[in-house]
Ligand binder design. Structure first.
Ligand SMILES: Nc1ncnc2c1ncn2[C@@H]1O[C@H](COP(=O)(O)OP(=O)(O)OP(=O)(O)O)[C@@H](O)[C@H]1O
Ligand SMILES: [Mg+2]
Length: 241
């Protein structure tokens, strides 16, 4: 086995008790420090795959191995990730679980609040944050835990343009720090420039695994993914039909 593999997925399938086959025979591996974008339309199996990688659910077939790393997750549903009353408390919660001293926790909370643009909300009631603010809070919580593998499930949902730029900036920094990053999304135009690897799920099958360049040359639309090279030249073109 190669030394530098962070995540190995071998022959993984997931069939639910109601008979839904969410994933079928998925195999791929991700190297340490690699930035992978996994695309797929609604229902293609992205979130199910993330739960399996995170160990929140068990595959029906196959194996998933994480090599000397713990995964940090930013969930698609930002609400489900809030544990503290306030952003400060919420972020500290994760950081405390990493064995840091009180001083270190405070320093880390300050720094991630500022990185995610949430300092002004540090003492607000976390449940009342806007959708985009909740997502930034989820990102802040993961940053505070300083994990070596970070998985983002639809990280751009609910984010406005400054919010997307902020999250992309954080992802870029994680990449520069040598972290392994997996981004599950169908919004390629927001993140593909950071990717070293590009994978596509379609109806539970892994239908593409290659470089971002070769992925853009593939027939993405047949898998329900919008090709990000599409551009608009007039108002008439600004409708997704
Ligand atoms: N607990 C479950 N029981 C039965 N079916 C499930 C369960 N969880 C997920 N599924 C099904 O598995 C398939 C994949 O779901 P998943 O949430 O992974 O899709 P996704 O790619 O994340 O979609 P989206 O882009 O909408 O977030 C769907 O058909 C979904 O209905
Ligand atoms: Mg999903």
């Amino acid at each position: 086995m190669e030394e530098n593999i962070a995540l190995e997925v071998r022959g993984v399938g997931r069939t639910f008790s109601d008979g839904t086959v969410a994933l079928k025979d998925i195999s791929f591996s991700i190297r340490k420090g690699e930035f992978a974008v996994i695309a797929g339309s609604n229902g293609s199996g992205k979130s199910v795959l993330m739960s399996l990688i995170a160990g929140l659910d068990e595959p029906s077939e196959g194996t998933i191995t994480l090599h000397d790393c713990q995964a940090g997750l930013v969930f698609q549903d930002a609400d489900s990730q809030i544990l503290g009353e306030t952003p400060e408390e919420d972020i500290a919660f994760g950081a405390k679980n990493c064995g840091l001293t009180k001083e270190q926790v405070k320093k880390r909370v300050d720094s991630v609040l500022s990185e995610t643009g949430l300092t002004y909300k540090r003492d607000a009631y976390a449940r009342l944050l806007s959708g985009g603010e909740k997502r930034r809070l989820a990102v802040a919580g993961i940053l505070a835990m300083d994990r070596s593998l970070i998985i983002f499930d639809e990280p751009f949902a609910n984010l406005d343009w400054p919010g997307v730029k902020q999250v992309c900036g954080i992802m870029k920094q994680l990449k520069e720090e040598g972290k392994t990053v997996l981004v599950l999304t169908h919004e390629l135009e927001k993140v593909l420039a950071l990717a070293d690897r590009f994978l596509v799920l379609d109806k539970g099958h892994l239908v593409f695994d290659g470089t971002p360049e070769s992925g853009l040359a593939a027939d993405l639309e047949s898998w329900g993914i919008r090709n990000p090279m599409t551009s608009y030249k007039s108002i008439k073109e600004m409708i997704w039909l």
